[in-house]
Design a protein around this ligand. Sequence first.
Ligand code: SF4
Length: 242
Amino acid sequence: MQLSLGLSRSPLESLRDALLCEFGPQRPVARMDPISQLVKSSISGGTPDAVSWAAFLRLRAAFKCWEDLAQATEAHLLEILHDVTQPWDKARRLPMALRMIQDRIGWLSLSHLKALTVDAARHELQSLPGVGVKVAASVLNFSDLAMRSLVVDTHVDRVAKRIGLVGPGDTTHTYHGLMSLAPGAWTADDLFELHWLMKRGLGQMLCPHEAPKCGACPLKHDCAKLGVGHSADVLAWRPRAG
Ligand code: SF4
């Protein structure tokens, strides 16, 4: 597989094709409302999916609506979120974020974001306590807002840099680099699929932080980490000769 097939074809298309062959389709089966997704994504940072889903279900059981969560005490939330990473920060910031939305909108809803551009919606979300580029993109892409925003978590960030799709920088840099490579025709579902292919397929199964399994990887002939492929700068992307 070659990621650089020409200026008319984004390297992300080639990447997705290769990972689809390896891991199969990753289409969304159900989307939550954006407030529920904000709650889920806000407690997920640095935490295994199984642990954060269990914590999310405990929140669901503890509060009959998210408006009640907005009024919850930090101590109560800390008790529920005890096993997620940095529970103190999350227990403090999550109700603050929900109350801020209520103050701005008049009630607890994020449905108005659908009428905004992706960047405007992302900036509005990132002005909330505890919401960075990953959580904002999760709300926009994973929820029933279904907007074109790629979720860049630690796995997506790592493999994008190893492959050479983006250069050094923080996850915001990686987000913008990958979004600039996303074909205009790609839908929210396409970006959803790319996230899960890069995260759960490539990032967790073949290319973890330690000891990547390069011999079994479909990208082994076009990966910058192995000294093949291309330079790290997405803006310098050019079709490879031959
Ligand atoms: S070839 Fe190796 S370093 Fe490159 S993406 Fe595959 S597993 Fe990761």
